[in-house]
Unconditional design. Sequence first.
Length: 173
Amino acid sequence: MAYPFFSNLIFRVISAYAENTPVTFKIRFPGGSERQNRPGTPNIIIIIKHWFSFVRLALLGAYGFATDYTKQRIDVEGDLRYLGYLWSYHSSLESHLKENIKSQIRKDTPLVYLMNRWHMLTHLAWSYKQARHNAEYHYGLHPEFYFNYLGPTGAYSSGFWYEDTRTWTIPSA
């Protein structure tokens, strides 16, 4: 069942939010309707599978999007790098890079701020037992997980590139 009023309202809010973005995007709503921000082939298609995902987006921002994406309530077709443009694109052209970066970082929503503080309070390593639990939770995965990132040796590597380096085999030797 399509809800044209809600889909139009939501798309207007999203379009106003990402007004100056260089990305052409399309949003496919749970009812099957689609909206696109400008004519042309979209760089990215965001498929929302549940209406409640919009509530999560409004309350939790990027965290809500990431949560619904990992739980497969939102699907993305296209290059995920374009999603970063939608989330953080600003058209200001200031010359002071440090101040520019600080001003463009979006603040967490109040709910995300409280959730982060609660997480830190409940999971901070106050004791040896909690520290051990945290380490096992973060690093206690199967070795195959790490070999995907670290290669067949399972070791971190670093390369040093000199000015006269012409191929990748020289620094890796």
